[in-house]
Design a protein around this ligand. Structure first.
Ligand SMILES: Nc1ncnc2c1ncn2[C@@H]1O[C@H](COP(=O)(O)OP(=O)(O)OP(=O)(O)O)[C@@H](O)[C@H]1O
Ligand SMILES: [Mg+2]
Length: 460
């Protein structure tokens, strides 16, 4: 079902619900008012007759009732008749009532039995149900008992209520239809831009052309949706471009050692001396390739869950262990700077891997006897780990670039340029970052920092 149909459907359902509630309320209110009105009318007639009797002094009951009928004409959908001595005495002139009740012998008999006090009741007639009251009348000096009967054609009044509720229902239905049509129209207009967004999005996804964008007009929710969608496309486009570039670079980087290896093997002669040299060279290249593949795998894993294995990591231990391992790399003045006497929830192996990458870089950019120091601290709720050296440092204009994949500073070293992006991936997996600054007394100081948290939820 389309959104449009759903919206209009719900709207109509709610309006219809409100309408039926109001109809049934109106119906029961009107009916209970009708009942009250009919009862009041019967009481009123009784009271009027009582007053009339009090002021008159007729000779007998028959004269009294005839006199009363002549001065008191019935209202609409009402009729009177009188009974004297058990038989119909008179019915008033004027308009004919909807049904001749005096012809109903049963009723006449019932009424004739009323001698003590007024009695009200229901009876059926050809004009529907009738509510009546029989009022007994007797005067001094005449033993005969007469009855004055006032009857209201209840169903006629009820039909009026039915008619007004019907009118209400019909106008309500008309309003409902109108509201439905208007709702359909309005929903169509409101949803049209969304449909356009959807169609364009479909077209983009069908053609897989990520350079296309939605047109953003106005500043409403739909425009915001289109803008958000465009923003998402920007990011996707960038991500795909980066992925393509990475694949190109990776292919290129792997092709070089392969070419080198093939070249050497092709040129290799029969001289055992020559062969040993060639095999040593080939072995070096294979080691380099192996490292490159390892690095590429690490980077590929960095985007996935389970990249980190979290545990409490002793921050004081980390720099000590790194220096102990790195010492074997080269002859430098190795130092442990300050250490933090705390534990952090982190991945010990990945942090060690990052610090080892940094020390390897530091070794590459320093000479024998130069200083390389590793340290840890906790500052402002952040774990701070660093590796600093007394080498040439990193020029300010390169400080962003060198963290990109396959990016090397102008003086190309031996590496492939993946080390720092691995360090950055490890920092980011810990919700942190890595940056380089001038070390005190010159040289480079690489800082890896991430928030110190009690619990870490790994995010992709
Ligand atoms: N301690 C440092 N002093 C000066 N420059 C540095 C230092 N560490 C890194 N750099 C610069 O940053 C560049 C990128 O470093 P990165 O570790 O990413 O790549 P790499 O060391 O060249 O290769 P790989 O680490 O993959 O073997 C280096 O090529 C170098 O120019
Ligand atoms: Mg490196």
């Amino acid at each position: 079902m389309s959104a449009r149909a759903r919206i209009v459907g719900w709207m109509l359902f709610l309006v219809a619900l409100a309408l039926s509630v109001s109809l049934s309320a109106t119906w029961s209110i009107l009916l209970s008012r009708l009942d009250a009105r009919v009862s009041a009318e019967l009481e009123n007639e009784t009271e009027k007759l009582r007053r009339y009797v009090a002021n008159e002094t007729p000779a007998d009951v028959k004269t009294l009732l005839d006199g009363w009928l002549s001065v008191n004409p019935p209202d609409r959908w009402e009729t009177y008749f009188t009974v004297v001595g058990g038989r119909i005495e008179s019915i008033p002139g004027g308009d004919r009532p909807p049904a001749a009740l005096d012809a109903d012998e049963n009723l006449v008999r019932t009424v004739a039995r009323v001698t003590e006090r007024p009695v009200a009741g229901w009876t059926d007639s050809t004009a529907g149900r009738v509510r009546y009251a029989a009022i007994p009348v007797q005067i001094t000096g005449d033993p005969t008992i007469g009855q004055f009967v006032v009857a209201v054609f209840y169903d006629r009044h009820r039909e009026e209520v039915v008619a007004s509720v019907q009118v209400l229902a019909i106008t309500g239905l008309a309003a409902l239809t109108l509201a439905g049509a208007a709702g359909w129209f309005v929903a169509g207009r409101v949803l049209a831009p969304i449909r356009l967004v959807r169609q364009t999005a479909e077209a983009i996804s069908d053609s897989s052309d990520l350079t296309r964008r939605l047109e953003v007009t106005g500043n409403d929710d739909v425009a915001a949706l289109a803008a958000t969608f465009n923003h998402m496309l920007d990011r996707l486009d960038q991500a795909f471009a980066a992925q393509r570039r990475f694949a190109d670079d990776a292919g290129h980087e792997l092709r070089t050692p392969i070419t080198v290896i093939r070249g050497h093997l092709e040129l290799m002669g029969d001289d055992p001396h020559d062969q040993r040299d060639t095999l040593a060279l080939v072995n070096d290249e294979l080691i380099r390739m192996n490292r490159l593949v390892d690095d590429l795998l690490t980077l590929a894993k960095a985007g996935q869950p389970n990249f980190l294995t979290l545990e409490p990591v002793e921050l004081a231990e980390l720099p000590v262990a790194v220096v102990a391992r790195a010492r074997g790399l080269a002859d430098r003045k190795w130092r442990v700077d300050e250490v933090a006497e705390e534990y952090a929830i982190a991945d010990q192996q990945r942090l060690t891997q990052a610090l080892m990458q940094l020390t390897a870089n530091a070794v590459r950019h320093t000479q024998e006897g130069d200083l390389i120091a590793v340290g840890s601290a906790v500052r402002d709720g952040h774990v701070v780990l660093w590796v600093r050296d007394s080498g040439p440092g990193v020029p300010v204009e390169d400080r962003e670039r060198i963290f990109q994949r396959f990016e090397r500073a102008r003086i190309a070293g031996e590496g492939s340029g993946l080390g720092l992006s691995i360090v950055r991936s490890i920092a980011e997996a810990h919700d942190g970052r890595v940056f380089v600054m001038d070390a005190p007394g010159g040289g480079a100081q690489f800082v890896l920092t991430f928030p110190m948290v009690a619990e870490r939820v790994e995010t992709v």
